[in-house]
Write a protein that binds this ligand. Structure first.
Ligand code: FE2
Length: 268
């Protein structure tokens, strides 16, 4: 990279389009380790975390986000129990975080919160924080923390490194729900009767891509939380009961969906 060049959207579009180790996801670009490697150095703390034997191996460890001013993410926590090192490369973003100790109510079986977060009501009785990330700042986001992020400058580029630990000591209700929803989907998608596998697959395919169950690890996280069929049945009932909550807040769904902007397609 020329020392005068920065990660503008135009530069990234060009480089990512030529980069075989990069591909577009819905909201970001996935990169395998070493993609665009001449453009940055991996901080030591990140390198140590990514090379540790206690994390699930994955080929795509980096994400690049490109947002214009005003882009506001929906309230959610990141799926797959990922921990995230998030570097603000250019621009500036306002972050709001809510602890998984005081979780928000989510759409059934999803990691997206029902409330759109406009107004401060969402923080009532919650453990939360707000801050800005400026160029060169790095944030470590632990698993299951709810967040909403607003892009503040004309162009805002963030680089993430993500990983999932093989074992967790976390026992919050947010973790239990996430673990059970994974287990539930996994149970039916691997069921011995093909009819259940087909129904699970087709129901999942009906959902918009950002709500689909995509926990792809072959192994399950080691935890002291034991799941059995009655716990799964109770989980299903709780999730179905939240449909009533969704219907009560139905008017908020449309503006909420508008805030999710897919990344531009790479020229290939
Ligand atoms: Fe996120």
């Amino acid at each position: 990279m020329d020392s005068q060049e920065v990660w503008t959207e135009t530069y990234l579009q060009k480089r990512l389009s030529e980069e075989p180790l990069a591909k577009e996801a819905f909201l970001w670009y996935w990169l395998e380790k070493n993609a665009l490697a001449e453009d940055y150095e991996i901080p030591e703390i990140v390198d140590t975390a990514l090379s540790h034997s206690d994390i699930f191996p994955r080929s795509q460890v980096m994400r690049i986000w490109v947002h214009e001013k005003g882009n506001l993410s929906s309230w959610h926590y990141d799926a797959n129990m990922i921990s995230v090192f998030n570097v603000q490369v250019t621009g500036r973003k306002k972050w709001s975080l809510i602890s998984p100790e005081t979780p928000l109510c989510c759409y059934p079986f999803s990691n997206f919160a029902i409330l759109d977060g406009k107004g401060d009501d969402i923080f009532h009785n919650k453990i939360y924080t707000h801050f800005e990330l400026n160029e060169g700042d790095m944030l470590f986001l632990p698993p299951l923390w709810f967040h909403q992020v607003e892009a503040c400058e004309a162009e805002n580029v963030s680089l993430n490194w993500v990983f999932t630990k093989k074992e967790t000591q976390i026992t919050t209700s947010a973790f239990k729900r996430d673990y059970e929803r994974y287990y539930f989907v996994s149970y039916f998608s691997r069921h011995k009767y093909p009819i259940y596998r087909t129904i699970a697959k087709q129901l999942n395919a009906l959902l918009p891509s950002y709500l689909r169950a995509k926990w792809t690890y072959q192994e399950i996280i080691k935890t002291s939380h034991n799941v059995n069929l009655s716990i799964l049945a109770l989980r299903m009932l709780k999730e179905l009961a939240s449909i009533a909550f969704v219907l009560r807040h139905f008017n908020k769904i449309k503006p909420y969906r508008k805030t999710i902007k897919p990344v531009k397609r790479l020229a290939r």
